[in-house]
Design a protein around this ligand. Sequence first.
Ligand code: BDP
Length: 607
Amino acid sequence: MLYPQQNDKRNMLDLSGFWDFKLDPEEIGESEDWGKGLPAPRQIAVPASWNEQFQDTRDYFDIAWYAREFYVPQGWQDQQVFLRVGSANYAAKVWINGKFVGEHYGGHLPFALDITGAVAWDTANTVAIQVEGKLASTRVPPGNVGGRGGASSFMAGYPNTSFDFFPYTGIQRPVILYAIPQTRIEDVTVVTDIDGTTGSVNVKVTKRGNATTGELTLSGEDENYLAQLDFAGDLAETEITIPNARLWSPDDPYLYALTVTLHASDSEAEEAVTDRYCLDVGIRTIAVEGDKILLNGKPIFLTGFGRHEDFPVHGRGLNMPLIVKDYALLKWVGANSYRTSHYPYSEEQMMMADRTGILVIDEIPAVGLMFEDGEEAIQTRLKLCKQQMEELIARDKNHPSVVMWSVANEPMPPNMMRRFMGGGENTEDDNKTALGTAFFEEMFALTRALDPTRLVTVVSIMGGPVEWLNLSDVICINRYWGWYTQSGQIEAGAEFLARELDGLYAQLGKPIIITEFGADTIAGMHSDPPEMWTEEYQAEFLRAYLDVAATRPYVAGLHVWNFADFKTGQSTRRAGGLNLKGVFTRDRRPKMAAHLLRERWTQPQKE
Ligand code: BDP
């Protein structure tokens, strides 16, 4: 799943813009041939979620259709033509000129379809994409599961999800038309290592077609390193050694430029070049040793946030200026990392992380998983989680910024409240917990097999079973002592946190990141002494957690929940349909807490 690029051998056209759009609540589009074009459509922007572009689509999650015309340049005739959708949430089906060409399931990862046989070269083509966003308990993430605490509970929200963010729907990332050579580079996998001051870059290339040789050039620090690619079957592997390598890190996110060239014959001549692909390479290692996370062999303390892809009107749509703004704010506040809570973010976000030196915990959309509804439903979700992890690793494996995979956020143990309050034995619950343990053992095994070079974690809820946590390389916990419990009592919450952390470390002996902690805060509301929902309370709450962590060497990172206020469903807990735990408002103005974090995080951190 190489990101499309344009060079002398590859071409692409971005189909972003206004598209025809039509809701299909009766599900008649397929039988009435909407794949050829939409009757009486309205106009919609792509990419963007559909929910906030019109008044009647906010809570619409059923089928809707997108369509537009495009031409394929004549010069692409001897190449293979693909249509690539960056993200269509949740399920998508695609037609070209009325011919069905493929489908994809799962809302936050790209898919590409070979449409060479379906396009016309001498006339306009029509692409139609059907998107369906139904909330179902057998999807990942699950919807319509009764909400947090059950449908009849006062905690339940609308729309009804197992997670706390708005289920934005539609074509949320660009649709790209691209053409690549028949004999071509199919995939590139880069793994870097360090030995003293020497860096090594191991490159695996898979190709298609009858080429037998190729070449690599790695450029950086005014040097070019060359290596020959000799294919055995469709695979070639080689390693480049770089003396005095300039390592990638948040302080110096240095990227070497790797160019892979494929030759159609054994000749070295330029005419023999059939394909070329370029990739940024950051030379770095990531590991855990004792209670430390090591980047390039040195302890690193992670400062940062859980985030969301979220903005008014765009919804979850790719928003390039917002990416630029957010990374500038991350740097301003002294953050060196974030987690893609609670789904894979755009590829453009990953590129910006590489370029600006931000470490990423990369998460699949496995948020709000539960183990209450029987073996069949659990197996269905497991299959989907595996598919999403496979697709995510295929997409993000070459980003130096990505240092850890997260297999899930806050999977719900049975009878969470009972566990949470320290409740006693219960065999039925223990059996369900065991189902969860088996589920996560499979997820960890798969993730480690696909990528043995990065760390793997599962992010745990308050009261989450220790046997799930213990599978992780780094213990990641979300905690709200002093907010959802010990409400109004920051000190009591912090004392509870301190005791819990010491206990967890004594039991597990691994580094701990608090991947969420925070307090809802209405910007502009103040009180002294601090009261819940005020800026003072948020600042003092965060300060208390920072202080507890500062005296505990095994705490390896702090991710505040959340970077910015974000849209949720409607509920009694979410004023204005927003989660207000951002240290920036939804339009990116700093609350008091942002200044506190900047003061603390722009000082040297403990290691
Ligand atoms: C955590 C969830 C996160 C929520 C947060 C909250 O992981 O998605 O938004 O709580 O309640 O449990 O603010």
